[in-house]
Design a binder for this molecule. Structure first.
Ligand code: ADP
Length: 406
């Protein structure tokens, strides 16, 4: 059983071909800088002995269609690629499914037009995602293709968590509400956490912290998302690499008035020049920690603010959930930074959260625990794998349809 996963972004296309018999990656790659000068394809092929042969190919790639065809040359190449004749399905990452999509969905014309209707909610992402869908439908005409939405996992939130306290028409007429993102990652680590805790997924309560360049926290009750820190857009919530996270909504108008910048320029500043980058000049947590450890006051402030914001969300979600079985750290920072993990959990013994500093120094690609024996709440580090989760959900949907004879 082979599943191809495609993540078509605004200037890049990522792909992975899985053998779902053992969930191994057969071929993977990323084409970056589409439409710009230095387009480069990085492609890897599993040699069958656990090692990957790597290929880097640079050539001008003017648009997604040209990029997709270049990827297909590598994917189907007799030595660099794999035989795709028995492909079982294609899974597509789609950023915004609005309220229309709560589950993985088989793609047809109607689904495509509903995803198009979500473009105002995700004007940068959904159009790029759809180009990937349309190119793949053309290429693999007889293969079922499935849309997996970043927002779907959070559709289980109750209205008192997803609504903003704005006039009702803002919701009914303009779809203004909290949608949340990183859903596939939160869902994947929740399943892994349940396995590690030897509990059924529908019985676990978790706080899941996806800390990458983008960052979000999710409160999970009985395996389902009941609140999450990102909002209508991914700007809300935690402090991120270049995004400010929670701020006073009046700030945008104030800054337009006092700086002379336009409304759009201030929006871009919140999105691309704020967060860790805005405070200490780097959006790379390794550099932020290095600056803080060398006594740099901006680096120290950035690290303090980043961890303090996460701690506030841990407290809030603890109150919301009542009982927390585990806190899960994932994403590039969550998986790799003992400093951040330790700081987020500091002085939380009264909530039953106690880190074992020795275990916290561990590194590895497999899940591991970092809580001390007396910690009531388990503290887990679980490497995320959104592509694998997309492949799993794609295969589950295809098999369920086969089983029901559709
Ligand atoms: P994205 O959101 O782009 O998928 P990732 O999940 O790959 O991002 O996370 C990227 C972040 O992970 C970078 O900001 C980097 O600072 C951080 N990171 C990676 N390795 C380490 C490390 N060893 N220590 C601290 N932070 C790290």
């Amino acid at each position: 059983m082979k599943i191809l996963v495609i993540n078509s972004g605004s200037s890049s296309i990522k792909y992975q071909l899985f053998d779902m018999n053992n969930q191994s990656v057969l071929v993977a790659g990323i084409l970056e800088e589409i439409g710009r000068t230095g387009s480069t394809l990085k492609h890897r092929k599993n040699n069958g002995n656990g090692e990957f042969a790597e290929f880097t190919h640079s050539q001008p790639v003017h648009d997604h269609a040209a990029g997709f065809h270049l990827i297909m040359e590598f994917l189907a190449h007799p030595t660099k690629g794999w035989d795709l004749s028995d492909l079982s399905g294609v899974g597509h990452r789609i950023v915004h499914g609005g309220e229309a999509f709560r589950l993985p969905t088989l793609i047809d014309k109607e689904v495509i037009s509903t995803i198009k209707a979500m473009i105002p909610l995700a004007p940068l992402h959904n159009p790029a995602n759809l180009i990937g869908v349309e190119l793949a439908l053309e290429q693999f005409q007889s293969v079922p293709q499935v849309a997996i939405f970043d927002t779907a996992f959070h559709q289980s939130m109750p209205s008192y968590a997803f609504r903003y306290a704005l006039p009702n028409e803002m919701y009914t007429d303009y779809r203004v509400r909290r949608y949340g993102f990183h859903g596939t990652s939160h869902q994947y680590v929740a399943k892994q956490a349940a396995k590690r805790l030897h509990l059924p997924l529908d019985s676990v309560n978790l706080i899941s912290l996806h800390l990458g360049n983008g960052a979000s926290a999710t409160a999970i009750r009985q395996g389902r998302s009941i609140d999450t820190s990102m909002g209508m857009t991914p700007l809300e919530g935690l402090i991120m690499g270049t995004r400010c996270g929670d701020i006073d909504p009046a700030l945008q108008g104030y800054l337009v008035r006092v700086t002379g910048k336009t409304y759009e320029e201030i929006g871009t500043l919140f999105e691309k020049a704020s967060g860790l980058q805005g405070i200490c000049g780097s959006n790379d947590m390794r550099e932020v920690v290095r600056l803080a450890e060398s006594g740099d006051s901006f680096g120290t402030l950035a690290l303090d603010m980043f961890c303090y914001r996460i701690k506030k969300y841990i407290g809030a979600y603890f109150a919301v959930l009542g009982r927390v079985d585990a806190i899960v750290f994932t994403g590039g920072i969550g998986e790799n930074s003992p400093t951040v993990r330790g700081r987020c959990c500091e002085s939380l013994d009264s909530l039953g959260i106690v880190v074992d500093e020795g275990l916290n120094q561990h590194r590895g690609r497999e899940p591991f625990s970092i809580n001390s024996d007396e910690s009531r709440v388990k503290l887990l580090v679980i490497p995320t794998n959104e592509e694998l989760e997309i492949a799993i959900q794609t295969l589950e949907l295809i098999q369920a349809r086969q089983d029901s004879g559709i």
